[in-house]
Every structure is written in structure tokens, then in C-alpha cells.
Design a protein around this ligand. Structure first.
Ligand SMILES: [Zn+2]
Ligand SMILES: [Zn+2]
Length: 104
């Protein structure tokens, strides 16, 4: 009898559960542009927020750990906001401009 897939660990950014599927994304702690290899699994919405607040250069220089991301003031207030949303919540802007949808 097939075993259910192992549950994902909670999102390291917001701490809510991750539900495997379209609401989950991978983030390179150091952008791939700068040779980063380590990734973390987090919510798509948490991931988009990181890249809307910080440039790749800022990520490389100052925000290449989850602790520093969580301490960033705009992300900290986002985390408080998103904590009340369901785990599979995405911002619903799927039809919007595609410029931030590039996977990094
Ligand atoms: Zn999250
Ligand atoms: Zn990323």
C-alpha cells in the first residue's frame, strides 16, 4: 500500500505549513547569478515578496540567511500579515504582469 508523501517542513520565512503543489517555491539564498547553490523551500507568495523587496545584490550582500530575511522590516510586516492567511494562499495576481514570475 502506497505511503503518503512525507509532509514538507513549515515555511522558514513565515512558519506556516507548506502544501506541496503550486503554492510552494524554491528560493536561492544567494542568487544563482552570484553562484548561489543553497535553496530553501517556501511559499510562492513569501518568495515573491522577498524579490519584490530586495534586489539580488542586497540578497547576496545582506540577506542570504533566513534570519536576516525575517528581520528585514518590510518582510517582517509581511510575515505578520500572511500569518493569518490559509497555507495555500497566493496573491491572486496570476494574470498580472509577468516580470516578477521568473524563478530565481
Ligand atoms: Zn511562507
Ligand atoms: Zn528567490
Amino acid at each position: 500500500m502506497p505511503l503518503p508523501p512525507p509532509p514538507l517542513p513549515p515555511c522558514p520565512l513565515c512558519g506556516r505549513p507548506l502544501v506541496a503543489g503550486a503554492s510552494v517555491n524554491e528560493h536561492h539564498l544567494v542568487p544563482r547569478t552570484y553562484g548561489g547553490r543553497d535553496t530553501v523551500t517556501l511559499h510562492r507568495i513569501c518568495h515573491s515578496k522577498i524579490h519584490s523587496v530586495l534586489t539580488e545584490q542586497e540578497l547576496r550582500d545582506h540577506y542570504h540567511t533566513i534570519e536576516s530575511l525575517r528581520a528585514q522590516p518590510e518582510l517582517a510586516s509581511f510575515i505578520r500579515w500572511v500569518a493569518r492567511k490559509p497555507p495555500e494562499f497566493t496573491d491572486g495576481h496570476h494574470g498580472g504582469p509577468a516580470k516578477r514570475r521568473k524563478k530565481r
